[in-house]
Design a protein around this ligand. Structure first.
Ligand code: GH3
Ligand code: MG
Ligand code: MG
Ligand code: MG
Ligand code: MG
Length: 322
């Protein structure tokens, strides 16, 4: 075959290869200081459907990765630059939690073993020597993108599991389990620095009656609305959780009992005054308040608040007992 035919074969094969790859939606950062090489590589990447972010120097690459860039699925990195070395860039990227799992593929004329070894040890995933075979270039990218895709899936799954383990589905507040985790941290702070904290336990009054009269769905809506009311009456730093069915708990860090009592009263009042959007209901809550200095440990602090809640229930409800 003459060279023209060979070239045609090559292009046809490459097109066939590209059809089996799906790079669309993936982002690549190309860091290459030679303009002509940059344009060539960028062309190959875009032809395969990748979105290319261009950096012609390490400085530009730093700027791109320091700003909030979209997710990066691959970084293609030249070795020699006027403004620094590739090793330093690799180290920085690998210590940036946002990009630490982004595969880095070296693309360089250098073939020195010690450079290659040190880059692999710093965490690059691949090393391709220029000039390179285009088919191999595409196939290597393909395997990196596959691994990156799996890592992303794992991360998403982990995030979902974390949310499931810490958030109550209905109210979107912390669940009981996560409350204990956060509360123990506050307890440790108390032990070390003697920073007082307070506990409020809140229970909706006659909630069974609401369920029985209006149905479980309305009951659920009330739970959500009450959660919002409580949230809007406390600080961001306060720990609010759904402690049980229609029972909520708040840990107020750096707050003495008088402060907590005022917060509890504010919550009680605001729920007492609350107008529900879709139905006419008068909901009230009872609250028990305690502070850490009254007890020996976290568990006892909560127990005291719970006993006071019980007192509030037995003395007419819609009240705060401290
Ligand atoms: P009290 O004033 O003494 O607190 O009376 P109460 O009726 O509020 O308390 P009780 O403990 O007798 O009933 C609580 C009810 O809350 C019973 C239970 O079915 C209901 N409940 C618990 N979790 C949920 C939930 O997620 N959704 C709904 N709709 N109801 C729930
Ligand atoms: Mg260069
Ligand atoms: Mg009850
Ligand atoms: Mg109740
Ligand atoms: Mg209850």
């Amino acid at each position: 075959k003459d060279s023209k035919e060979k070239l045609t074969d090559f292009i046809v094969n490459l097109d066939r290869l590209l059809k089996t790859l799906d790079y669309s939606g993936d982002n690549v950062l190309l860091i290459e200081d030679s303009k002509i090489q940059h344009l060539y590589i960028k062309g190959l990447l875009e032809y395969a459907g990748l979105t290319v972010y261009s950096a012609y120097s390490l400085d530009e690459a730093y700027k791109l990765t320091e700003n909030e860039m979209p997710k990066l699925d691959l970084i293609i990195l030249d070795y020699y630059f006027d403004d620094g070395n590739a090793e330093e860039f690799v180290q920085k990227i690998k210590s940036n939690s946002f990009y630490s799992h982004t595969p880095i593929m070296m693309l360089t004329v250098s073939d020195e073993a010690d450079i290659k070894y040190s880059l692999f040890l710093l965490g690059v995933s691949d090393y391709l020597k220029k000039p390179f075979d285009v088919g191999e270039f595409y196939l290597r990218i393909r395997s990196h993108l596959r691994i990156k895709y799996l890592i992303d899936m794992l991360e998403t799954k982990n995030k979902m599991l974390t949310v499931l383990a810490t958030i109550d589905d209905l109210t979107q507040l912390y669940n009981r389990r996560f409350f204990w985790e956060l509360a123990r941290k506050e307890e440790n702070r108390y032990i070390r620095y003697k920073r007082d904290y307070s506990i409020i336990i809140l229970d909706i009054d006659d909630f069974k009656m609401i369920n029985d009269t209006y149905g479980h769905d309305i009951g659920d809506t009330v739970l959500k609305e009450i959660s919002k009311s409580v949230r809007s009456n406390i600080r961001k730093s306060d720990i609010l959780a759904r402690f049980g069915g229609e029972e909520f708990i708040i840990l107020l860090p750096e707050t003495e009992k008088n402060g907590a009592k005022a917060v509890a009263e504010k919550i009680r009042q605001s729920i007492n005054d609350k107008q529900f959007t879709h139905f006419k209901l008068h909901i009230t809550v009872s609250l028990g308040v305690s502070s850490r200095t009254e007890a020996n440990d976290l568990e006892e602090t909560i127990k005291i608040a719970d006993n006071r809640l019980y007192k509030a229930k037995n003395s007419g409800k819609n009240k705060v007992v401290e």
